[in-house]
Design a protein around this ligand. Structure first.
Ligand SMILES: Nc1nc2c(c(=O)[nH]1)N=C([C@H](O)[C@H](O)COP(=O)(O)OP(=O)(O)OP(=O)(O)O)CN2
Ligand SMILES: [Zn+2]
Length: 137
C-alpha cells in the first residue's frame, strides 16, 4: 500500500532575478521589478512530500519527525533569513527563481530519502505563485 506523507515548512529570504551575461535593459525587460538591484524578499512556504510503502510494523511511510529535522538542517538553516544570491553558494551561478529553488531543495533532500521512496517539492513563492518538482528518483 503506497501513501504520501507531507511536511510543511517556511523560510524567508531575499533574492534578485538577474542574468550577469545580459545587459541591464534585457534583465529589466525579462525580470521587471524582480530585477531590482537592491533585492526583494518573499515568505516562502515549502511542502515536502514523500511517497512510499506503508511499513506495517511502524505504520509510517517515513517518520515525520525525521523529515522535519531534515528540512531544518538541509533547507531552513541554509536559506532562512538569507540573501539567496549573496549568501547561498547554490545560487552564486544559478538564478534563484522559484523553479530553481525547488530543484535545489530536491537535490539537497534526495540523498537522505530512502531510494525506494519518491520525493516531491512544492514551493510557494507568494500566496498565488507556486511550483512543484518531482525529480527522477
Ligand atoms: N516562472 C517564474 N516567474 C516568476 C518568478 C519565478 O520564480 N518563476 N518570480 C518572480 C518574482 O520573484 C516576483 O517577486 C514574484 O512576485 P509578484 O509577481 O509580485 O507575485 P505576487 O503573487 O506577489 O503578485 P500579484 O501580481 O499580486 O499576484 C516573477 N516571476
Ligand atoms: Zn521575487
Amino acid at each position: 500500500m503506497r501513501l504520501t506523507v507531507s511536511r510543511k515548512a517556511h523560510f524567508n529570504a531575499a533574492h534578485r532575478l538577474h542574468r550577469k551575461e545580459w545587459s541591464d535593459e534585457k534583465n529589466q525587460l525579462i525580470f521587471g521589478k524582480c530585477n531590482n538591484p537592491n533585492f526583494h524578499g518573499h515568505n516562502y512556504e515549502l511542502i515536502v512530500q514523500v511517497t512510499g510503502e506503508l511499513d506495517q510494523e511502524t505504520g509510517f511511510v517515513m517518520d515525520l519527525k525525521e523529515l522535519s529535522d531534515l528540512i531544518k538542517s538541509e533547507v531552513e538553516e541554509r536559506f532562512d533569513h538569507k540573501n539567496l544570491n549573496l549568501d547561498v553558494p547554490e545560487f552564486f551561478e544559478l538564478i534563484p527563481t522559484a523553479e530553481n529553488i525547488a530543484v535545489v531543495i530536491w537535490q539537497l533532500l534526495r540523498p537522505f530519502i530512502p531510494s525506494d521512496k519518491e520525493l516531491e517539492i512544492i514551493l510557494y513563492e507568494t500566496a498565488r505563485n507556486f511550483v512543484s518538482f518531482k525529480g527522477e528518483n
